[in-house]
Design a protein around this ligand. Structure first.
Ligand SMILES: Nc1ncnc2c1ncn2[C@@H]1O[C@H](COP(=O)(O)OP(=O)(O)OP(=O)(O)O)[C@@H](O)[C@H]1O
Length: 272
């Protein structure tokens, strides 16, 4: 079932073109990650899909009465304003104590209900935000860089939590992330954005796409190999062998950036 669909969406901030003719569809239950350089329009895309960012061209369709849990990229809590975690969960809508406690327990911070928001660590803060997003029983969780500021173990733990939540609730997850190697292990689908969709598809396909490599380089490709490359086949390095792995959708006629250049089928090895 399709939850959100964008067709040829173009967004400008004033004169600045930010998104050009972006089309995508999000399906129930899938984990989709948007990757791309700083300023490539990731947050703008999420906001456009949620209907909080006007689009200049194209259209966005959302399933009627779609329940969304959204964690924005930035959430400023005034340090001068005392606010417990429990109270934070009741903003803007009041929730019952058992519902709040269940959400906190689900995200692993059940003991923090009375803690001041400003006293939380980065990882605890993100888990509280996720707990708040879960209160609406979302059909889709939309998370904008949910692991910013976390260390590597914290990032990995957070992604495991998201996968658990997805499995239990059956919700879709759309997230923006710069944690490329974790993204590749945890996503069903990756969308590589740079003002337009450069490439998209299964992680194994995108990480080998020239457009992706043009943006993120081969260094990341090496790290990705640890996660996603199951080496269960013999290599035929002759011309044309590349097609055996499938290639992502290309959106080759977009303006600005993401030129893939020459396509060589580089093939990272599994480190075993
Ligand atoms: N409200 C706004 N008004 C004007 N320009 C904006 C606004 N929001 C974003 N922009 C510009 O739009 C472009 C895309 O911003 P966006 O936040 O969507 O990128 P991003 O890919 O999420 O970046 P990052 O990875 O740094 O978070 C940037 O050039 C940004 O400066």
């Amino acid at each position: 079932m399709t939850l959100i669909k964008a067709e040829n969406v173009t967004v400008r901030h004033g004169d600045l073109p930010v998104l050009a003719r972006v089309s995508l569809a999000l399906t129930a239950g899938e984990i989709v990650t948007v990757v791309g350089p700083n300023g490539s329009g990731k947050s703008t895309l999420l906001r456009a899909l949620l209907g909080i960012q006007p689009v200049q061209e194209g259209r966005v369709w959302r399933k009627p009465q779609l329940r969304v849990g959204y964690v924005p990229q930035r959430l400023h809590i005034d340090p001068a304003l005392p606010m417990t975690v429990r109270r934070f969960l009741s903003l803007p809508r009041r929730v019952s104590a058992p519902a709040a406690q269940a959400a906190l327990a689900r995200t692993g911070v059940g003991d923090l209900a009375e803690r001041q928001m400003t006293r939380l660590s980065g990882g605890q803060f993100q888990r509280v935000l996720l707990a708040r997003a879960l209160l609406s029983q979302p059909e889709i969780l939309v998370l904008d860089e949910p692991t910013q500021g976390l260390d590597q173990p914290g990032i990995a733990a957070f992604y495991r939590l998201i996968e658990d939540v997805r499995r239990e609730l059956g919700c879709a997850v759309l997230l923006v992330s710069h944690d490329l190697h974790v993204v590749m292990s945890a996503s069903d689908r990756v969308i590589c954005l740079n003002g337009h969709i450069c490439c998209e598809g299964a992680p194994s396909v995108v990480s080998n796409a020239p457009e992706y490599r043009a943006l993120f380089g081969l260094g990341t490709g090496g790290a990705l190999a640890l996660y996603q490359h199951v080496h269960d086949h013999a290599h035929d390095l002759s011309a044309g062998a590349a097609s055996a792995h499938g290639h992502p959708q290309h959106a080759g006629d977009h303006p600005g950036g993401c030129s893939g250049g020459r396509h060589t089928h580089s093939h990272p090895e599994k480190a075993d």
